[in-house]
Design a protein around this ligand. Structure first.
Ligand code: GAR
Length: 200
């Protein structure tokens, strides 16, 4: 299975995908796409000789139509948003419907929506005094964080003393469930039955 990973920054989830033993034999990351010119995730991609693309309206960046053309050429089967923070045009999403997934650093449907990304999410969780948080992998639809949930994993945050501490704990489970979901996709084990996502 060929995968394209969208990133905006650090790229630790990209690194987890690239390092995952469960993906080594049957999943290839063929492209890494970013809305930022010089993100750390691009260094990870380049170290692995993975093709990179900048997408968006900035000078020198390609459009989503051009990107779709390149991804078609690379025979991409699955698009993974791993810390990509921009809303993707609906035309592109519809083109890859059912084949775009996202990792969110909280337990959706709570703590999602516009502005809820990165440390903002963990601040909101901390301020709510929540006792559990976690990570969610879900399908992408045309609004923020509302697509059907594929996999979630909780972490206990009863004893944390900062949003940063929540972020650290959640990131660890992100690195577990995102590669696992990709593996299940590659094995054809993710299906929608009666409007629910079932993993076999
Ligand atoms: C991750 O925590 C990811 O869940 C979050 O951005 C971080 C990217 O880290 N994504 C969102 O907040 C999307 N709403 P990474 O670049 O190290 O993978």
């Amino acid at each position: 299975m060929n995968v394209a990973v969208f990133v905006s920054g650090r790229g630790s989830n990209l690194q987890a995908i690239v390092n995952s033993p469960g993906l080594k034999n049957h999943v290839q990351v063929k492209a890494v796409i970013s809305d930022k010119a010089d993100c750390r995730a691009f260094q990870i991609a380049k170290a692995q000789a993975i093709q990179t693309f900048n997408v968006g309206s900035k000078t020198g960046f390609i459009s989503y139509d051009e990107l779709a053309y390149h991804l078609e050429e690379l025979k991409i089967d699955l698009i993974v948003l791993a810390g990509f923070l921009k809303l993707i045009p609906i035309k592109f999403i519809n083109y890859y419907k059912g084949k775009i997934i996202n990792i969110h650093p909280a337990l959706l449907p709570s703590f999602g929506g516009p502005g809820m990304y990165g440390i903002n999410v963990h601040k909101a969780v901390f301020e709510a005094s929540a006792k559990v948080s976690g990570a969610t992998v879900h399908f992408i639809d045309d609004t923020y964080d509302t697509g059907k949930i594929i996999m979630q994993k909780c972490v206990d945050i009863t004893d944390v003393s900062s949003p940063e501490e929540i972020a650290e704990r959640v990131l660890q489970v992100e690195h577990q469930i995102l590669p696992l979901v990709i593996q299940k996709f590659a094995e054809g084990k993710i299906n929608i039955v009666d409007n629910r996502v079932i993993i076999n």
